[in-house]
Design a protein around this ligand. Sequence first.
Ligand code: ADP
Ligand code: MG
Length: 245
Amino acid sequence: MSAISVRDVWVEFGDQIVIENLNLDIASGSFVSVVGPSGCGKSTFLRMVLGQDRPTRGSMTLDGKPLPDEPGADRGVVFQRYSVFPHLTVLGNVLSGYEFAQSPLLGKLFGAKRRAAIEKAEELIVAVGLGAHRDKYPSALSGGMQQRLAIAQALAKDPKVLLLDEPFGALDPGTRAQMHALLKPLWARLGMTVIMVTHDLKEAFTLGTRVIAFDKTRHDPQAPGRFGARITYDLDLTRDVAVPV
Ligand code: ADP
Ligand code: MG
């Protein structure tokens, strides 16, 4: 079953074409790595899946429903930096993800519901390896720990799709390796669909079940925005033989 379906999608900002006629099906439960040079439209693609940007033309669906019409609660997102609230503790941050999903208008939960939310948040905090840091503020955490927290916060929404935009790009190689060791089993256990943008090809192939490369295959020096990004290869790593498109 296809979780995300992208049909004839174009994205233009003014007279600049960023994404050109994108067609893509992402299977439910897959881990898709998206690679490509800076400025080729990877973040724009993620923002469309998140529902923050709309395609200029074309359509996108999640489990058969049009994407922009859905609330964002079924999608969690982690950016390279600034995904967590500095004024909330580890627990507060994870609860903020949960409360947003449960009651976006009321913001706060009470009684049994709140106890259940705290219990679930604590489970997530342990699952990402922050069990000893529940009451700390992000400023007291290392970069890797902050990204662990961002992942827990995104997962608190019980998302169908987890969107990661260069989530480990600011971390040193050792910490990145620890994040890989965290993320892959979490993904396998939770059975969600992941789309991860990364600059690191090794990371793309280590974590992904599929690797998609975006590129501006054609470039017009007279009109730099005339052609948008297209898919230059699409490798299914679950098959024996990967065939470039
Ligand atoms: P990547 O994530 O692959 O580095 P982006 O998706 O951030 O690339 O950007 C792709 C192109 O779209 C860039 O040329 C960028 O300047 C342009 N762009 C992205 N968002 C906007 C926007 N909101 N308004 C105008 N141009 C934008
Ligand atoms: Mg980007």
